[in-house]
Design a protein around this ligand. Sequence first.
Ligand SMILES: Cc1cc2nc3c(=O)[nH]c(=O)nc-3n(C[C@H](O)[C@H](O)[C@H](O)COP(=O)(O)OP(=O)(O)OC[C@H]3O[C@@H](n4cnc5c(N)ncnc54)[C@H](O)[C@@H]3O)c2cc1C
Length: 398
Amino acid sequence: MGNLPEQNELPSGPARPVDGSGYDVVVVGGGVIGLSVGWWAARTGRSVAVCDPAPGQGSSWAAAGMLAPLSEASPAEAHLYPLAADSLRRWPAFAAALADDGGGDVGLRTDGTLVVAAGDDDRRALAELRDRMAAFDPPGDWLGGGACRRLEPALHPGVRGGFEVAGDLQVDNRAVLAALQSALATRQGELIRSAVVAVELAGGRLPGGRHRVHLDGGATVEAGWLVLATGAGGHTIGGVPAGCQPPVRPVRGDIVRLQGDPGEPVLGRVVRAQVDGRHVYLVPRRNGQVVVGATSEEGGYRTTSRAGAVHDLLHDAVTVVPELAELELAEVCARLRPATPDNGPVLGPTAAERVAVAAGHYRNGFLLAPVTAAAVVATVCNEEMPAVAAGCGAGRFG
Ligand SMILES: Cc1cc2nc3c(=O)[nH]c(=O)nc-3n(C[C@H](O)[C@H](O)[C@H](O)COP(=O)(O)OP(=O)(O)OC[C@H]3O[C@@H](n4cnc5c(N)ncnc54)[C@H](O)[C@@H]3O)c2cc1C
């Protein structure tokens, strides 16, 4: 990131005056989604800029990095499973391409997930959940408490049982964000650390049929294609026609990071637990951290954490894995998941010419990054989106 312009170094005129033609693609928003789309577009040879005053600091900063279509599947969201499963399959190649473009190691892990029940009611509920999951893809057999502890010896002796979801992957979210920024730079994409305050859509009026993007501070950039990838934000951008920004609501999530000894990892895989009806997940990182998440609260744009929410997370984590109480409390963080009315993302073209959208990824933005990049870059290249993304159009909300 060393050669990227700081906000106060931004030119006062067009950020890329070159020959006056601007960029092929300007992406508004540099979370995992905007960066993935920008980098993937740059790999096709398009000139790309991603605009964000604080790239990677939104929802993407908080994410646990689980790539878990099956563990996250809920019957109410059955329509999303094919998209999520498709994106999971794309992840190994996506991670390899990031490494090829100088992004380094994103911590892709293939140890899978162990889902466990803390009490008897939790065991009944998880057994039912496991049966419902079989409609998507059969998880592993039901295991007794002893068998769970043989897989994860740090589990509390009282754990009643559970099952494995072997196909789940995980990445280190912050390593992915750093990798995407490096890879974007490798592919000559630019990261402009400024907010977009307004857009002027071409509508035939601007020379060359280009959109003009107005940045905070007065600079402008021009774009052949505009991609809106502002997560749960972006609603204050002027000039965006009705229907182009999807109906995204913020759903706050609190998450805690505990620091352990990398040489003595407490857990070997992701553990998801149900504790007195509440859900908690424990995601071990190679650096010894264990990510404990996450709450889910509708309403408002607050990104500070309630003490009670953090208490519940830690209580449930320690109930399942007592040793976690000995780890250092490294970080408490809250961010806003961008959710749509049907909890599915909005991908692809909008009603406005050469304006695409990539937003509303709710609990699965990391999981869905590869298929999102493929779908939106197909749009800006005037190609067919992957068939699995056909139901994700902006038009479905009217
Ligand atoms: C606690 C928690 C745990 C999670 N765990 C997982 C997980 O394990 N796996 C998973 O797949 N997903 C997970 N998610 C969900 C995932 O984090 C999101 O779906 C994903 O980060 C959304 O990415 P995004 O790029 O759309 O949004 P963001 O990361 O929020 O990025 C949007 C960006 O747009 C920028 N922006 C807004 N307005 C403007 C503007 N006017 N001009 C320029 N830029 C602008 C913001 O600065 C921001 O950087 C989790 C989320 C939370 C909160």
